[in-house]
Design a protein around this ligand. Structure first.
Ligand SMILES: *Cc1c(COP(=O)(O)O)cnc(C)c1O
Length: 384
């Protein structure tokens, strides 16, 4: 696989970790639905495969592909994004440690740190992650194990400067972790900008078809990758072979899907920016977005998520969500179909009353790859 490293993204997505099956020549990696493997002798498992929590060939193919796409040395696939995050947290942090997180982190990430890690003695400080000085101050305030970054953030689409934050984290001996779910491996490769670990909810763009829940960790450093692999096996929240296969299939078309997601999102953002019922559009592709310049520097394009604030407050925002027809009212994002949601009452309801509370007139769109004029027509009628 390493000889393929010079290949382009689209080639790696289709070939990395996926040679033709050695037994039959099957072009597509089989779903190895097996829990155990016949050994060649006592204590002599064939090619290292002994038990499917530890290793499974379908999962191996996915892990090698993800490592190649993120330009990392090791990738690990999990049962969900949260399982990946939990494994990272418990590998890297000990009671007494401190973590810096975005003040508009993904709701589940915030809940993991606030409700699960905190009682186990790992503290966290939410900071505006686009403000490098604020991050530096938080990192220096206490010995810090990790700086956790999302960029773009969910649902406010704030942009953080990954290269600068890598310096800030490293000067204090902390790891820089980037949740790359929103951008996808195609639009942004944080390890090449100095990050130590990339996190994905592969449920989203990686899988891309809203038919699987999964997660991944990718590391630059092989030794950290090995420690994570030990914890992945010791704690057991692995991706099953069928789920791994669905994500692997999704990755093959990631590049073409992302191009269309971006085309459509740019049109939707431009449409909303002109609409009298819309107070503000949050999309890093718009020149007036505060993170536009940094996004341009570190992303290939600006992604498929568009958030906007509606005139008329929460009631009107909820009405827009409920009036949409082609945009399906649902949580999650990153699939081929367009989704609409009200973060304050849905994905981010658990952040109410916390520093991560989101504006109640906010609507989040996951812009799909349907015919863009149909999407614009639907938004026009929903806003009317
Ligand atoms: C969905 C999501 C997660 C959690 O992933 P699951 O697969 O739902 O467990 C983490 N981070 C971000 C940015 C997400 O969108």
């Amino acid at each position: 696989m390493s000889e393929q490293r010079h290949h382009g993204f689209e080639t790696l997505a289709i070939h990395a970790g996926q040679p033709a099956d050695p037994t039959t020549g099957a072009v597509i990696t089989p779903i190895y639905a097996t829990s155990t493997y016949r050994q060649d002798g006592v204590g002599r498992p064939r090619q290292g495969y002994e038990y499917s929590r530890t290793q499974n060939p379908t999962r191996t193919a996915l892990e090698e592909c993800l490592a190649a796409l993120e330009r990392g040395s090791r990738a690990l696939a999990f049962a969900s994004g949260m399982a990946a995050e939990d494994t990272l947290l418990r590998t890297v942090c000990r009671p007494g440690d401190h973590v810096v997180i975005p003040n508009d982190a993904y709701g589940g990430t915030y809940r993991l740190f606030a409700k699960v890690a905190e009682p186990w003695g790992v503290s966290h400080t939410p900071v505006p992650i686009s403000d490098v000085d604020a991050v530096r101050a938080a990192v220096r305030s206490r010995p810090t194990a990790m700086v956790w970054v999302e960029t773009p953030t969910n649902p406010l689409l704030t942009i953080a400067d990954i290269a600068q934050l890598a310096e800030v984290a490293h000067e204090s001996g902390a790891l820089l972790v980037v949740d790359n779910t929103f951008a996808s491996s195609y639009l942004q490769q944080p390890l090449t900008l100095g990050a130590d670990v990339v996190v994905h909810s592969t449920t989203k763009y990686a899988g891309g078809h809203s038919d699987v829940v999964g997660g991944a960790l990718i590391t630059a450093d092989a030794e950290l990758g090995e420690r994570l692999a030990f914890h992945q096996n010791a704690m057991g929240a692995v991706s099953g072979p069928f789920d791994a296969w669905l994500v692997l299939r999704g990755l093959k078309t990631l590049a073409v899907r992302m191009e269309r997601h971006c085309d459509n999102a740019e049109r939707v953002a431009a449409f909303l920016a002109e609409h009298p019922k819309v107070r503000q559009v949050l999309y890093p592709g718009l020149p007036d977005h505060p993170g536009h310049e940094i996004a341009t520097k570190q992303m290939r394009r600006y992604g498929g998520i568009v958030s906007f604030r509606v005139r008329g407050g929460a009631e009107e925002a909820i009405r827009v969500c409920e009036r949409a027809k082609l945009f399906t009212l649902a949580e999650s994002l990153g699939g081929i179909e367009s989704l609409i949601e009200h973060p304050g009452r849905m994905t981010h309801a658990s952040a109410a009353g916390s520093p991560l509370e989101v504006p109640d007139d906010l609507v989040r769109l996951s812009v799909g790859i349907e015919t863009v004029d149909d999407l614009l027509d639907d938004l026009a009628q929903a806003l009317d």
